[in-house]
Write a protein that binds this ligand. Structure first.
Ligand code: GUN
Ligand code: ZN
Length: 445
């Protein structure tokens, strides 16, 4: 069989460690090359050296553009793609008024597939190549999403929402039916291709302790699965959880007693954690998905990244579409920066990017496959234009004229001003899935 070989030329950047632990946390080759064979990374390095090492590789020239690993969005609702930007409510009212009615339609496989198609296209347009997604309570919605992701060969984590109380009748399962549905979806999809199943009790308000325990048992039975849920997003939510579940020290303990606090558990939001909760997350390897555009939009509060870092909690960034107001991880990083500014912690662009790439991949135990350009990794990467808008161009000229067009300023510009317009191309397993083919392809010399 002939091998698919390519050498991509551009500004190659990827993280190799957490910028919180290491000064030299990244590799950056200003005139770099990324060698890819059959969808896997072979090597990244300076372009001229790479060209002589791989003389028979055709070159695709993205000079002046950033080539970096695709983003990982650790918390997103594919079934809420239609309801971004709905006016004026906090979490619990927003769920009742906008979210639950929108999720009803996903009992139809055809409907779910149409939205799944929109969703995956939107992800790749924004440079996101992996996400952890909530479907709806309907098994068909999960099948629809995994099927579309499989067409793209995308590494995706997804699961059926489990909900057996405090929700409209049309969106509820039962402990028994929820477990049966999850079991069958796990058998069908977990570990098939690049699909990973996530056990998804929505949150403690909509699952009885009995259903939470059933979710915990399922994970124990299928340890390759992940768990995702919401934790301490909104003060009204926390009050409600503690009155529904008396006798618990805090919100996290409700999940912990059900066997849902593991190093494969992703907790969305975590805006109002107690010291004990941070500590337990740090000790157990529980993962936080920080969703700044959502927290600002729903007025939920300001997540404390410095505190999470202090307790050694593995923290990732996420959009939380549809309460999140953008599919773009650049926008998400930009809003995360602003939230942390209000906390007196001006997070660097490198920390933000780490939490959307290698940091997320590590938290999800997927760093042997994605999140960096180390040899053997799957070639999910994006090509990014630093100056896709007139304002970005003006900023670039300004910095260039003052000799300050440094990698730090380039990345911070993307973080604060970037969005889907900056994505030139997106590649999944070495195959271009988004972007025009207008780059300069050269035959091997
Ligand atoms: N908590 C429980 N369900 C949801 C949801 O769909 N979105 C958000 N932002 N929070 C939740
Ligand atoms: Zn959410």
């Amino acid at each position: 069989m002939t091998m698919m070989k390519n050498l991509y030329r551009g500004e190659v950047l990827y993280l190799i460690a957490s910028p919180l632990d290491h000064v030299e946390a990244y590799r950056y080759f200003e005139d770099g090359g990324l060698a890819v064979v059959d969808g896997k990374i072979v090597e990244a390095g300076p372009f001229e050296a790479m060209r002589s090492r791989y003389p028979d590789f055709p070159v695709t020239d993205y000079s002046g553009k950033l080539i970096t690993p695709g983003f990982i969005d650790s918390h997103i609702h594919f079934s809420q793609s239609e309801i971004q930007g709905m006016y004026g409510k906090q979490l619990l009212d927003w769920l009742d008024e906008y979210t639950f009615p929108a999720e009803e339609a996903f009992s139809s496989m055809e409907y779910a597939q149409d939205i799944a198609r929109f969703f995956v296209k939107e992800l790749v347009k924004n440079g996101t190549t992996t996400c952890a997604a909530y479907a709806t309570v309907h098994p068909a919605s999960v099948t629809a999403l995994f099927s579309v992701a499989t067409e793209y060969n995308m590494c995706i984590l997804a699961g059926k929402v489990m909900m057996n109380r405090n929700a409209p009748d049309y969106l509820m399962d039962t402990t028994h039916q929820g477990e049966l549905d999850c079991r069958s979806l796990i058998e069908d999809w977990d570990g098939k291709g690049r699909n990973h199943y996530v056990i998804t009790p929505r949150f403690a308000i909509t699952s009885t302790p009995d259903q939470l325990k059933s979710a915990g048992r399922l994970h124990a039975e299928y340890p390759s699965t992940y768990i995702q849920t919401h934790l301490s997003e909104n003060l009204g939510e926390i009050e409600s959880v503690l009155s529904l579940c008396p006798g618990h020290a805090d919100y996290l303990e409700v999940y912990e007693r059900a066997g849902l606090l593991t190093d494969r558990s992703i907790f969305g939001h975590c805006v109002h954690l107690t010291d004990r909760e941070y500590k337990r997350l740090g000790e157990t390897g529980g993962i936080i998905a920080h969703c700044p555009t959502s927290n600002l939009f729903l007025g939920s509060g300001l997540f404390d990244m410095r505190e999470a870092n202090r307790y050694g909690v593995r923290t990732t960034l996420a959009t939380d579409v549809g309460a999140g107001t953008s599919f773009s991880m650049w926008r998400t990083m930009g809003e995360a920066y602003k939230v942390q500014q209000l906390n007196g912690y001006p997070m660097t662009a490198l920390e933000a990017i780490y939490k959307c790439t290698l940091g997320s991949a590590r938290a999800l135990s997927l760093d042997d496959r994605i999140g960096s350009f180390l040899p053997g990794r799957e070639a999910d990467f994006i090509v990014v234009d630093y100056a896709a808008t007139s304002v970005q161009k003006l900023r670039m000229e300004y910095l260039r004229s003052r000799d300050k067009w440094t990698i730090e300023n380039k990345l911070f510009g993307l973080q604060t001003l970037g969005d889907d317009r900056n994505t030139v191309c997106t590649y999944i397993m070495g195959k271009q899935v988004y972007g025009s083919d207008s780059c300069d392809h050269q035959e091997a010399s």
